[in-house]
Design a protein around this ligand. Structure first.
Ligand SMILES: [Zn+2]
Length: 262
């Protein structure tokens, strides 16, 4: 994500929900690695009331103040495995220099809880500052409907990849439970959420799935921005995909496209 320019300095955070098999063999799997596995003094860190259906789950999560530029060189410092408790979490492994999970921990816990309700295969939450999506959210007062239709109409692949659309939250202070709650609400009906004037987050069954979502949305945002710049016209004054075209794609995919019925 750093190579993409999406995670400047300490921007961005990622979490992965371990499978039952992975969770049952953490200690053995980490043997001989630079991760420390903690067998005692696993103090509970209180964060929020954790939804019951994710209590006990294990998350591999990035640290607050970690840098994606160097994270791959020192994952044992910049990531850790936590187990969710009724009020927060306990550190099970990693964070060997004492770092803590990302300040967006509210969002990560609540996002996993929201997506697990609609998709039992859900595993990954990624947040970053994908450049073109951020620019797009600064140009106009975008809404979930306007952004979804703009990005769908400039690149056929968009509706194929995110046929459930892209949700937009108005600007909010990052790292708060409020932004976590609002994000989780949108994740009940979308896999991609834009935080206006800040960044984007995606959810999915694996990392490729999440990267693919953001790559496609960011590419479409780039095309839309260029289209506006080159033509000097609004998106829909150009020769873009019509709602009728988009409905045809939905018919092939066998999905109900949002916002396509006038
Ligand atoms: Zn951010």
């Amino acid at each position: 994500m750093w190579n993409k320019g999406w995670d400047e300095y300490n921007g961005g955070n990622v979490s992965y929900r371990l499978t039952k098999e992975e969770a049952s063999s953490i200690e053995a799997d980490l043997e001989g690695t630079s991760y420390t596995y903690y067998t005692e003094n696993r103090k509970e860190v209180e964060v929020l009331d954790v939804p019951e259906h994710v209590q006990g789950e294990y998350l591999l999560i990035t640290a607050s103040g970690s840098h994606f530029r160097t994270l791959c060189l020192q994952p044992h410092e910049d990531t850790g495995i936590i187990q969710l408790t009724p009020k927060g979490y306990r550190v099970v492994a990693g964070f060997v220099t004492g770092k803590r999970p990302t300040s967006e921990i509210f969002m990560h816990i609540l996002a996993h809880a929201a997506r697990l309700k609609v998709d039992s295969n859900h595993r990954v939450v990624i947040h970053n500052h994908a450049t073109n999506i951020v620019i797009y959210s600064l140009l106009d007062e975008v809404t979930s409907e306007s952004l979804t239709l703009d990005l769908w109409s400039v690149l056929t692949e968009s509706i194929v990849v995110f046929h459930d659309g892209i949700a937009v939250l108005p600007w909010e202070v990052p790292g708060t439970q409020l932004i976590g709650d609002d994000t989780a609400r949108e994740l009940e009906t979308h896999r991609l959420v834009v935080w206006a004037k800040h960044g984007v987050l995606s959810t999915g069954k694996d990392y490729q799935d999440c990267f693919g979502l953001i790559e496609t949305a960011d590419k479409a945002a780039h095309i839309a921005l260029e289209l506006k710049r080159v033509s000097g016209k609004s998106i829909h004054e150009n020769n873009v995909l019509s709602k009728a075209d988009l409905k045809k794609v939905c018919d092939v995919l066998g999905v109900e496209g949002k916002y396509l019925n006038d």
